[in-house]
Design a protein around this ligand. Sequence first.
Ligand code: BDR
Ligand code: CA
Length: 306
Amino acid sequence: MKRIILDVDTGIDDSMAIAYAAHSPELELLGITTCFGNITAEEATRNSLTVLEKLGKQVPVIQGAKETLCRGERDHYARTVHGEDGLGNTVQHAPRGQAKEGHASDFIIEQVKRRPHEITIISVGTLTNLALAIQKDPGIVSLIHEVIVMGGAVTVPGNVTPYGEANIVADPEAAAFVFAAGLPLTLVGLDVTMQTLLPKSHLEAWRASGKAEGMFFADIAEFYMGAYESFYPGIGGCALHDPLAVGVAIDRSLVEAQPMRVTVVTEGEQTGRTVGSFEGEPKINVCLKVDADRFLAHFMSRIVGV
Ligand code: BDR
Ligand code: CA
């Protein structure tokens, strides 16, 4: 079993990633760390607790970065894509659970040191918490088993700018720092996640499951699909960005990757662009191909625990 920390900015596809991880026996979910991104860090914490409540799972949630590494607080969020509340406007009350005390970056440090070479960090939001953890304690770099990052667009256009993917654009310095840290890191970017579409027709299976969580995921996915339809007319579904990073943690053979050095543009109109090169060090594994059908079938078999 892989021991994981899931770092999120919950978010609709983050919610699906939480469910996928929580329902997968190959993974032991040690904690969910939250950061700003799709919404504020406080909202990401609330939403993560809300999703866990829907799932009936108890996992520690630890709040992290409220602002970027070097640029202060973000002045905008992705509410048009994920809803005013980040969960497709479905939040009706505060969750019963509470976040654990402390900062996400300290939780990462503590877990990695407690279990050297065992922890996989799956980051599906900004890379701020991980960057902060490494800045506080650089010794953890050699003790982390693996990092899997949903972020970037190395061979394809961006999604929030012509060049940049949302998680990298939201904190480019954090991403640049993490990619240069010498970690065993796999990048699951738009290069592959835009190929893993959840078709609208699949939501029927969730509604038909008769489970409250099935209805919840169908409702929030439908909102997300509405946003996708407005950005990509005729797409007929939504991209499973964050769930694919979890899928890669479960079964590496879902993707094919190439080792590349990836730098991040931090100035000018291309800010947030991830630039890959076969020259130079350190290299990270950039996913370039995905078995989308096999991934979708696996994801569907796990998401609402059916
Ligand atoms: C990424 O950006 C966020 O909006 C999603 O949750 C995902 O992590 C996709 O670019
Ligand atoms: Ca996310």
